[in-house]
Design a binder for this molecule. Structure first.
Ligand SMILES: [Zn+2]
Length: 161
């Protein structure tokens, strides 16, 4: 097997996976591996706090907890460059964009995970971080404009006296 075109590394949210070579769109990157759980077992595991459950269908879920499951280290992003697909009861992660060396490889975990596990306002993906930074800049700019208006009014009031 060809060596992996990625490595584990430090990401904003802990560990993540980063490309070490250019990766072409549609390249299969890894299999999301782990024991198969029945839906009932999976529900129990979820209640116990397992965050690595991947439902394949109405009967089976993969428990991706084992550290040997490299695919568990792909982080979530709202602006992903990878995705998962289920083929014959197995889950594969593949690139959906051309990926440059050094870029983090991320896929969208889905709206349920974002809402219930991460929390929409806690997402640390690059898109959400940019969006939040932009909003903070706009807030600061608005405060500055307001402060300038107040100062101008004060100056005008002083002149009248
Ligand atoms: Zn996000």
């Amino acid at each position: 097997m060809a060596p992996r075109p990625f490595r584990l590394g430090r990401a904003r949210t802990g560990l993540g996976i980063f490309a070490t070579r250019p990766i072409r769109k549609r390249t299969r990157l890894a299999e999301y591996k782990g024991p198969r759980l029945t839906t009932k077992e999976a529900e129990k595991a979820e209640k116990a706090g397992n965050r690595y459950l991947y439902e394949i269908n109405s009967r089976w879920t993969i428990d991706g907890t084992p550290r040997s499951n490299i695919a568990r280290y792909f982080n979530h992003s709202c602006n992903p460059n990878a995705d998962t697909s289920i083929r014959g009861g197995r889950i594969f992660v593949y690139a959906i964009k051309n990926i440059e060396p050094g870029q983090e490889i991320v896929y969208d975990y889905g709206i349920d995970y974002l809402k219930n596990v991460i929390g929409k306002s806690n997402c640390k993906c690059s898109r959400c971080m940019r969006r939040r930074a932009k909003r903070a800049r706009e807030r600061r700019a608005a405060q500055k404009r307001k402060a300038a208006r107040v100062a101008a009014k004060r100056r005008a009031a002083r002149k009248k006296k």
